[in-house]
Design a protein around this ligand. Structure first.
Ligand code: ADX
Length: 183
């Protein structure tokens, strides 16, 4: 290890940066780009993605209220462990319920949990429909789909929020970097 990067590791305050928003809002895209920028700066970072975790540790869970709550509980506990291990943790999952996000926040010290609301309107998420799931939900082929027949409770006071309809990925990432990491 170079001395410079050791200093960075020692000085770096750990954070959990939590992206919430609808499917297709851009949570994963923002987290992946932010992760890349932090890695280039030599910082230790890990990205927990809702979709990916559902293939593994959360494969027993569906999309009922109870299961989503358990999904968020597990993800937040893992994020806390990783943060304790010294990592900056980026989380991207819909996390539609206020109570679940509140409980996640409670696991962290004040200032270490940064909630970012990726506030891309439903119409835009549905227009993109990257995974074709909105079309399926509209046809009734999948149920309990967030913002179609399952609620999304928007954050009341997120640390930051973006609307990716009129803000580029790069712009959002720069804003996160400057407000969180250059203090
Ligand atoms: S969360 O609500 O429990 O936070 P999570 O982020 O882990 O959800 O997973 C959401 C992803 O699962 C979506 O991006 C989508 O690809 C997929 N998915 C499949 N069925 C649903 C559904 N009924 N509601 C929302 N997302 C779904």
């Amino acid at each position: 290890l170079k001395v410079a990067s050791v200093e960075k590791l020692v000085q770096q305050k750990p954070y959990c940066i939590w992206f919430t928003g609808l499917s297709g809002a851009g949570k994963t895209t923002l987290a992946v780009q932010l992760k890349h920028r932090l890695q280039v700066a030599g910082l230790p970072v890990y990205h927990l993605d809702g979709d990916k975790l559902r293939d593994g540790i959360n494969q027993d869970l569906g999309f009922s209220v109870v299961d989503r709550t358990e999904n968020i509980r597990r993800i937040s506990e893992i994020a806390r462990l990783m943060m304790d291990a010294g990592l900056i943790v980026l989380v991207s999952c819909i996390s539609p319920y206020r109570t679940d996000r509140h409980n996640a926040r409670q696991l962290f010290d004040t200032g270490q949990f940064i909630e970012i609301y990726v506030n891309t309107p439903l119409a835009e998420c549905e227009r993109r429909d990257v995974k074709g799931l909105y079309a399926k939900a509209r046809r009734g082929e999948i149920t309990e789909f967030t913002a179609i027949d399952s609620p999304y409770e928007p954050p009341r006071s997120p640390e930051m929020q973006f609307n990716t309809t009129n803000q580029s990925v790069q712009e959002c990432v720069e804003l996160i970097l400057s407000s969180v990491f250059t203090k």
